[in-house]
Structures are given as C-alpha cells and as structure tokens.
Design a binder for this molecule. Sequence first.
Ligand SMILES: C[S@@+](CC[C@H](N)C(=O)[O-])C[C@H]1O[C@@H](n2cnc3c(N)ncnc32)[C@H](O)[C@@H]1O
Ligand SMILES: *[C@@H]1O[C@H](CO)[C@@H](O)[C@H](O)[C@H]1NC(C)=O
Ligand SMILES: *[C@@H]1O[C@H](CO)[C@@H](O)[C@H](O)[C@H]1NC(C)=O
Length: 246
Amino acid sequence: MESSWLVILLRTGVQLLALPIYLLWYLGLWGPFCKKAFPHVMAQVAVSYNKKMFSKKKELFSNLKDFAGPSGELTLLEIGAGTGANFEFYPAGCRLICNDSNDNFNKFLYKSLSQNPHLQLERCVIAPAEDLQQIPNASVDVVVCTLVLCSVKSIERVLSEVCRVLRPGGAFYFLEHVVGPPSSWNLFWQQIYDPVWQILFDDCHLLRETWRDLEKAGFSELKLRHICAPLNWHPTKPHIIGYAVK
Ligand SMILES: C[S@@+](CC[C@H](N)C(=O)[O-])C[C@H]1O[C@@H](n2cnc3c(N)ncnc32)[C@H](O)[C@@H]1O
Ligand SMILES: *[C@@H]1O[C@H](CO)[C@@H](O)[C@H](O)[C@H]1NC(C)=O
Ligand SMILES: *[C@@H]1O[C@H](CO)[C@@H](O)[C@H](O)[C@H]1NC(C)=O
C-alpha cells in the first residue's frame, strides 16, 4: 500500500508520542502488562460495542438454529471468546465450547456465563485458534468469531482449523473490522495508527483484508457484507459481517 508523505509524517508523530510504550516493549515489560490489562479494557469496550452493534449482532445470529445437528442440538464453538460478549445472542440449550489464547479473560468469561443461564458450557479448550487439536474433526455445528481475526497470528491457519472442526453443512459466523476502502478517511487514519495500535491493543491489526482469506478458505457458500459500523472511532469502522457454510 502506497503511503503519502503526510501519512508517514503523522504516523511517525504518533510513534514518537508512544515512545515510552515502545521502551517498555523493548524491555519486555509491556507484553505481560498488556495481557493482564487488555481483558479489563475489553470488558468496557465490549459493553459499548454491543450497544452500538446490537441490531447487527441480533440479525447476524438470528439463524444460528438453522445449523443445529440432526438431534436438534446446537454445538457451538466460539474462538477468542474474550469476555463472552456474544453469549446473550445464542439460542437456549446451546452447547458451548470456548476458549481464548489469553487466560486472563477467564474471570470475565465465567461471569458472562453465569449471567446467561440459558447456555451450558460443554468444555473449555486450552488452545490458540490456530491449533484446536483437542476438538475432533467435523464435531461442531457452528463456529463464531468476532473481532478476533484482526489479532491472530495466521488467519489462514485459523480458518483451516475452523473448516476441520465444522461438520459438513456447518457454519462459520464472523464479524470483524477490516482495512478501509482505497482513498478513504478510514484508511488514512488506519495507516497512521496501525503500528502503535498493534502494541496498545494486543496485536490488533487495522489493515487486514480479512475477506480475501475467507474467500480462499474453501467454504461452499459465503454470505459476506461490507458495512460501516456505527462507531465513533474511524480506524475500526469498516467491518465485514456474515457467515460461511462448510
Ligand atoms: C478484541 S478481543 C474480542 C473478544 C470477543 N470475541 C468480543 O467480540 O468481544 C480479541 C480476542 O481474541 C483473542 N485472541 C487473540 N489471538 C487469538 C488466538 N490466536 N486464538 C484465540 N484467541 C485469540 C484475544 O485474547 C481476545 O480475547
Ligand atoms: C483457555 O486456554 C488457556 C491457555 O491457552 C488456559 O490457561 C485457560 O484456562 C483456558 N480458559 C478457559 C475458559 O477455557
Ligand atoms: C481430520 O481432518 C484433517 C484435515 O481435514 C485430516 O488431515 C485428518 O486425517 C482428519 N483426521 C481424522 C481422524 O479423520
């Protein structure tokens, strides 16, 4: 991506302002602090995000039940479940499997579970989403992932694990922020904030073209829409929303 001199200038300015954080990062102090602090930040962010995105999430998850297995039960795996912000949208009786690569989220996740007694937690899996070894092939009906593909190490590997654990005919639901359209203000600010944003928000990337990975992942059907999320903050407004069927 071509960056203009103005982008380079402003990006460098933002990096200079963040110099103390870079210093802590080089000293190896920032990483552990961020892993501990990020769940507290997300607990706040997720509440306000859910308010603004309520109707979008409601609509997205409205047909989850269509993917229930032959017995009528729905086994749902959420990757990068974080604070459990999506639990309220899952249908009653749903058998939930979830985990996150950061175990500092556990406290918040269990709190959200206790507030959503309509769900039963089948198991917690100890794994990053790139390697879900403990989950057998073709064993879940639905995988959900919101605001996670921006921070995983390899989207390609996560999606190949998702395809492996989904039963044929199962679905992968996603809601992710992505890179803005060419020449947009969104893209302008994303290019300026991206390097510092990654350090501040636990490896969250602003410039990912996540829809391209979804197109290449080998699903039989992909329902994907680009939307402008009703958020105040430019860098994360461009989103993709939808589901893919194995
Ligand atoms: C921005 S939070 C979103 C949390 C939640 N899904 C939500 O929508 O509120 C990103 C989450 O993805 C998790 N995560 C990042 N990389 C991951 C990986 N490789 N495997 C599993 N979870 C990951 C983070 O720990 C964090 O909980
Ligand atoms: C999730 O996995 C981590 C290790 O990646 C583990 O320490 C933690 O206990 C697990 N949490 C839940 C809720 O399963
Ligand atoms: C599970 O799926 C993977 C990839 O789709 C395949 O390589 C592997 O042989 C399968 N394992 C079993 C036990 O069927």
